[in-house]
Design a protein around this ligand. Sequence first.
Ligand SMILES: [Zn+2]
Length: 292
Amino acid sequence: MTTEQTTASDTAVPDGPTAGPRAEIGVIGGSGLYEFLEDHETVDVETPFGRPSDPLVIGEVEGRSVAFVARHGKDHRFAPHRVNYRANLWALRAVGVRQILSPCAVGSLKPEHGPGTIVVPDQVVDRTWGRPHTIYDTEGPVVHVGFADPYCPNGRQAALDAARLSPLQVVTDGTLVVVNGPRFSSRAESLMHQRAGFGIVGMTTMPEAALARELALCFTTIAMVTDHDAGVEGGDAVTHEEVLRVFATNVEHLGSILRGAIGRLPAHEPDETATCPCRRSLDGLELPFPLP
Ligand SMILES: [Zn+2]
């Protein structure tokens, strides 16, 4: 790892410790979402936490350089609790990424938000356990980052502006509760989440969002509802087949929303002069090791 970073004059993405293609925007998402990368290169990145779920796929979208990582790996081989979130986030930062869009499939806890609804949550409740949840897991200076507002204000705005152009229903806020899975919720758990006022339930994007904050990266979740969670409307319990069917039906719209959001993200800002609060999360903190 090196701490030296210089700004490349031609790409506006800082040079970093990895050789090869660089990207300013990262997308962490399922398969079917990166077909829109026309010319792309595959980049293998080693991290102190091991390998990301898959090699990064780097290409251009809407005139922006984008690095894509398939969260669950090729052939969807990693269950949500087995994804190497730390390696995925570290690898994205190592190729220059500072803004991340993180699409995910969720269950709805509100009867009025049915399958195919897009939700851009503004809050998260982490009910996962047993997942490595911090990169600052060494002895040395202790690092506490603020997480009151887990998502990037600029990223959320870009995602919402893009989503409103789609034919899908768009929900502009709400709380995402992330459960550990891989099983779905019991009716009692689902009812508890509903009564707490949460809007959607998923199994990914945590600790992803927290790790992004620990790496001073902008992070935005774009959630697509694939089902009503167990017990909502007293309907049938969710099945994996139904989730896959609804996702496949709407994946094209989700791809368009992602493309639109990528094009609307603010221009890349160098670390020294970045203005977004997410990028300033480590200001004044002593780190136990340099970031890539
Ligand atoms: Zn931000």
